[in-house]
Design a protein around this ligand. Structure first.
Ligand SMILES: Cc1ncc(COP(=O)(O)O)c(C=O)c1O
Length: 395
């Protein structure tokens, strides 16, 4: 049977990680992989996570299955974190999911049950895994314009006009904050305009929130979710704790579904739990139990907020440091768009040939689109990096 298979296409990022690992140069720089890193190049276990894990080890009395929806205390705390106090919680269902990716996949299956002929509109560009993840589940996908690669701004007018043409009932996939890959998020006014179109056209917002707390703060980063939840009858929100709690491999996230009324909420709740049963039966518990301990203990929560702010501040300062160094080393080129980005990612705005040259001649690794993860920058490597980039630019 397996003889009929062809090798799957290699994952570009995984290939890049391997190439970087095998590069013997001491001054090599990895701007490809999508995880937070300290100046020492580590993706650490947060101190607060270690503390919560210790409590868990000391107090956990069973590892029997949790239900399909996961732990109720985790779900309630996450719902409050994402939607705030004002949301119509009586119309919301939140379930624990195996990371943001698991959440997206469950959402895809639920959408297919509810509206098999619908189309999901994703930003052009979007996170590389959105398309295979949602498309692989069987959803039909189309794209709306988002990033202007020449001017490095959001193509807001074109985005709105594309959405105005989408048929009622179609789904619009949006990034709550730290748009991956561009780093450019709509302003509050732009979110209001997007919401107007969503409401006018009867579209269903599907918000992917993988970076809450990585752009401005927990509240501001939830603006789009909270603005829309107050105005639309139905909505889908996937969240991930991979980045903001550093729990990547523990697979922690949620899927939240807003129903038009309380009665329908019960039906949606039963269907989404049924979907879970047919995919992975029950979600992993360890990371979610850690998050729940942190969110429900004042001291742990305050400690988490400090560590989250530390990650966010480092990312922001490295991005602006690179922008400073580039204006010094390449004064004839405009990299000011780096300062407008939020989160770990942004496009450098150079060609695939220049990306290849950076890798070959300078040991600087990034994906072909020139999306960089600024968490790979340090005070020690930023001058070398800016000089290398400057050397590849046309005179
Ligand atoms: C936009 C976006 N959504 C979802 C995810 C999925 O995160 P997780 O690791 O929790 O599956 C990522 C991870 O990089 C992401 O960038």
């Amino acid at each position: 049977m397996f003889e009929s298979l062809q090798a799957a296409k290699a994952d570009a990022i995984l290939g890049l990680i391997a190439e970087h690992r095998n590069d013997p140069r001491d001054n090599k720089i990895d701007l490809g992989v999508g995880v937070y890193r300290t100046p020492e190049g580590h993706t650490p276990v947060l101190d607060v996570v270690k503390k919560a894990e210790q409590i868990l080890v000391d107090t956990q009395v069973s590892k029997t299955y949790i239900g399909t929806a996961g732990a109720a205390d985790f779900n309630a705390s996450m719902q409050a974190l994402i939607f705030g106090d004002e949301a119509p919680h009586d119309r919301l269902t939140t379930i624990q999911a195996p990371g943001g990716s698991g959440s997206l996949r469950v959402a895809a299956s639920l959408i297919l049950r509810a509206a098999p002929d619908t189309t999901v509109w994703a930003s052009e560009p979007t996170w590389a895994n959105h398309i295979p993840l949602l498309g692989g589940a069987g959803l039909r996908l189309k794209s709306y314009p988002y990033y202007d690669t020449d001017r490095h701004v959001i193509r807001i007018d074109e985005m709105l006009s594309a959405l105005r043409k989408a048929p009622a009932g179609d789904i619009v996939l949006l990034h709550a904050c730290c748009h991956n890959p561009s780093g450019l998020d709509p302003s509050e006014d732009e979110w209001a305009a997007i919401t107007d179109v969503v409401v006018e056209r009867g579209l269903v917002p599907f918000i992917d929130m993988a970076y809450q707390g990585f752009a401005k703060d927990l509240e501001a980063d939830a603006f789009a979710v909270r603005h829309m939840v107050a105005r639309v009858p139905e909505m889908i929100v996937s969240s991930s704790c991979s980045k903001n709690f550093g729990l990547y491999r523990d697979r922690v996230g949620t899927l939240s579904l807003l129903s038009a009324d309380e009665e329908n909420r019960g039906i949606v709740d039963s269907q989404v739990n049924n979907v879970v049963r047919t995919i992975y039966s029950v979600p992993p518990d360890h990371g979610a139990a850690v998050v729940s301990l942190i969110l429900n203990n004042d001291a742990l929560r305050s400690a988490w907020l400090l560590e989250l702010a530390e990650m966010r501040d480092r990312i922001q300062s490295m991005r602006s440091l690179l922008a400073d160094k580039l204006s010094e080393k390449a004064p004839d080129h405009d990299f000011s768009h780096l300062r407008r980005a939020a989160g770990m990612f942004c496009f450098l705005g150079i060609s695939a040939e220049q990306v290849a040259e950076l890798k070959k001649d300078y040991g600087v690794y990034m994906v072909d689109s020139s999306r960089i993860n600024v968490a790979g920058i340090t005070e020690d490597n930023v001058s070398y990096l800016a000089e290398a980039i400057a050397a590849t630019l046309p005179a």
